[in-house]
Design a protein around this ligand. Sequence first.
Ligand SMILES: Cc1cc2nc3c(=O)[nH]c(=O)nc-3n(C[C@H](O)[C@H](O)[C@H](O)COP(=O)(O)O)c2cc1C
Ligand SMILES: [Mn+2]
Length: 489
Amino acid sequence: MATETLSAAGERRNDTYDDLRDLLARFAEMGEVERVDGADARLEIGALSETVAQRNPGRAPALLFDRIPGYAPGFRILSGAANGLRRLALVLGLPDPKNETELVKAYRDRMHAGLAPIPPTEVKSGPILENVDRDGAVDLDKFPVPFVHELDGGRYIGTDDLVVMRDPDTGWVNAATYRVMVHDKNTVAIWMSPGKHGRIISEKYFAKGEPCPVAISCGQDPILFLAAHQEIDWELSELAYAGGQRGRPIEIVRSELYGLPIPARAELVLEGEMVPGEKRLEGPFGEFMGYYASEATELPIVRIRRVYWRNDPILTLAIPSRPPENFTFARAAVKSAMIWDEVEKAGLPGVAGVWCHEAGAGRLFNVIAIKQLYAGHATQAGMLAANCHAGNYAGRWVVVVDEDIDPSNMFDVVWAMCTRCDPPEDIQFIRRAWSTPLDPMLRQAPWHNNRAIVDACRPYGWKDKFPRVAEASPELKAQVRAKWPQLYR
Ligand SMILES: Cc1cc2nc3c(=O)[nH]c(=O)nc-3n(C[C@H](O)[C@H](O)[C@H](O)COP(=O)(O)O)c2cc1C
Ligand SMILES: [Mn+2]
């Protein structure tokens, strides 16, 4: 419920499902998942996942691939798990929403009520331990690992994943989504952009000349992916964050080699160590801004020494591509609510809505609507939305609009930009902000970029004298609708 509070966590436990399999059964009842037999892990699964998601962004079904040629039947791939309005609401434990704004508002209201993280609980065993391949028995080739796009440099076992690492100084555990490429049957590579928590942690080990232990979950409850691929604060565990969202602790078991927490009901988990001195070429990989912006690079290898897997494992797949992507709807909704919450916590009043457009991969074109209260309010809103943790990485445009503009409606937003914005006055810049080698506008380190804050609000000084909008009043609209309903079907 939108009004539920975390202090009442017990009352808002999301008990509608236990794990990914349970959730798939719910999705099937809702008509939200299509089963596909016989698609090839080389290119076909990638192309189907990409194009079906694009047909109807936010409303397309998840795809469950089975009988993948060359692999055991039952070894499956799930694409776009929570990437739909209704599926996302179910995963977040929110009421079935009418539209984007309603979902974002419900989620933000929950955070606003003081959602606290709930640390994971350790259990002795779980389905993830049904099969454990050790050392010489490790063979990643038995799992259907997709080769996603024609120009990719390899097969990616980790996309909708959780890369779990422990900070060597503090013991804090980070769990984040980073792409993981398979080199061979027991070697992979992890690509982490500068500034990402996993990158900072691994560099701490390397600075001491030590290997970095890592566990990689490649299939799991989407609530975990939703936490792992958002910018959650340093030293806040994504597992605890996800537990807070579900209103109950995530159950974990300890990995055999390094005692890292792995979700007890995950589908497929790799464990090993990143070796600082030993490098191999990783990439290129078609990435989330829609380009191959960086070449293959030499990255430390990860030696995999344990593979934990459930019977008939389901690998979860999120593929970066030209947007909209098979994960950007969910990212847009969650990030919008996070930005809304963070700007309010920074003291911004009057926020009416936020939407991170999928055309910007849920990062590069973010719109914030406010009810303007004072001169400078719009600039404050734009700067905060661009610089808060959830909104900072790899951004490009932030547009500030008045509260009569629906931030998720691109038509409205463009209209506001066309009619309430004086470009030389109303566009400000932020220079040298946190970006990434994946930004196609950047050609070399340091990986920072420039941003525009567009004030598309009525000019504050004369907003009350601003020309009136030419449209029928709400009463008149309702009146004619009631009288000629057949015209509005
Ligand atoms: C499908 C998908 C793939 C991603 N791949 C990477 C990646 O390969 N490297 C990276 O640095 N970030 C990647 N990200 C973004 C990170 O998951 C995101 O920035 C997250 O906040 C990182 O966690 P951290 O804050 O703990 O570092 C990806 C996100 C998604 C949705
Ligand atoms: Mn983190």
